[in-house]
Design a protein around this ligand. Structure first.
Ligand code: PLP
Ligand code: COI
Length: 355
């Protein structure tokens, strides 16, 4: 099949740009949306050509299967601009691959990689001026697919929509991140959909996270659904734990999202001479390390969260503070990854993709 090129993507420009109304110095996360979006329909057994259209609401039949059976998956990625106004993406191929891993598990037709990658590039060309340049901000990109096909039969839809929207965004967390280690509820289960970026994985976390928030925690740290003994990941990020000088993170599994930031950090840490271990970490080990002073740091890693230091954790009614480090792995690695993403340093790993 011929590869899709830019000229195959029809562009309809907005007549009323919102750009001048946006305060780029005060950006929240994912609250304002750029002028255009990419949209692509699956019907008659195949993905139709993508189009770029003005950002606008979409109309769906009330029986669309997304509403009833939750066939919906998404991705999260970012675009950055350097001081020459050149635009960069970070490991976009990893996102399309993961989107299709999620698609397969949710019985959604996989999107051709060139539709995703060429479509994204064409959209970024149009939305270039929406990419923030202030430190800590970027253009958050949200590709997603959902079942638009009709019918109450509990079976996969015959029609889908693939959309990419973008939102100039600042930091995901404002302030310190204090987490609660969860033992009652589970985010995912063996053989389930935890490894997929499925909308329902997030909906299922909202109630336990509301309970945690009411107790003063910002995020839940999920433990394994069988024993609740092992640390898995947080609601919107993978988790790293530094015990003495070793950086630990759980192995990914069918319950844990294979985070692109997580795997990049593991490679970066190795390159920086930081000892890493990918192994299961017991909650009891974390508690013990906190008590004996060997727990030096804990942080979350994800596209939206970048690297977010965790200031403390709650477990079984007790709170454990994690003292701030002068020279933390979190700040060292955050600096390294942001410099690569924003073209401030060499990219020895070949992660950066220029538009
Ligand atoms: N885990 C969950 C549940 C997430 O939602 C995310 C965010 O995408 C991550 C981990 C981190 O993944 P990535 O680094 O690919 O953004
Ligand atoms: C991301 O980091 O891109 C995510 O998808 C997390 C999201 C729940 C905000």
């Amino acid at each position: 099949m011929a590869t899709l090129t830019k000229k195959d993507i029809k562009l309809t420009r907005t007549e009323t740009s919102k750009l001048s109304t946006v305060d780029f110095n005060n950006l929240a996360f994912g609250q304002v949306f750029s002028d255009h979006m990419l949209t692509c329909d699956y019907k008659d057994g195949k993905w139709q050509l993508p189009e770029i259209v003005p950002y606008s609401p979409i109309t769906l039949d009330p029986s669309a299967k997304i509403f009833h059976y939750g066939q919906s998956i998404f991705e999260g990625m970012k675009a950055y601009k350097d001081s020459n106004n050149d635009v960069f993406m970070f490991r976009p191929l990893e996102n399309v691959k993961r989107l299709n891993i999620s698609a397969k598990r949710l019985a959604i037709p996989e999107v051709p990689e060139d539709y995703f990658l060429e479509g994204l590039k064409a959209l970024l060309e149009v939305e270039k001026d929406w990419i923030p340049t202030n430190e800590g901000s970027s253009l958050y990109i949200r590709p997603f697919i959902f079942a638009s096909g009709k019918g109450f039969h509990a079976s996969p839809a015959d029609e889908y929509k693939f959309i990419i929207c973008t939102a100039p965004s600042g930091a995901y967390f404002s302030g310190k991140v204090n987490v609660l280690i969860e033992e009652t509820y589970s985010r995912s289960a063996n053989g389930g959909v935890g490894f997929a970026k499925a909308g329902g994985n997030y909906a299922g976390q909202f109630y336990p996270t509301q309970l945690a928030k009411a107790k003063g925690y910002q995020q839940v740290i999920w433990t394994d659904d069988t024993t609740h003994e092992f640390i898995e990941e947080a609601g919107a990020m993978n988790v790293f734990i530094r015990i003495n000088d070793t950086l630990l993170t759980s192995p990914v599994s069918d319950r844990i999202l294979d985070g692109i930031t997580r795997k990049s950090i593991l490679q970066l840490a190795e390159a920086e001479g930081i000892k890493t271990e990918v192994r299961k970490v017991k909650v009891s080990e974390l508690v013990e390390a906190s008590k004996n002073g060997s727990l030096k740091e804990m942080f979350g890693a994800g596209t939206a969260a970048v690297i977010s230091p965790i200031s403390g954790f709650g477990f079984r009614g007790e709170d454990f503070e994690i003292p701030e480090q002068d020279q933390s792995f979190a700040s060292q690695l955050k600096h390294r990854i942001i410099n690569i993403q924003t073209n401030k340093t060499e990219d020895p790993f070949g992660w950066r993709v220029k538009l």
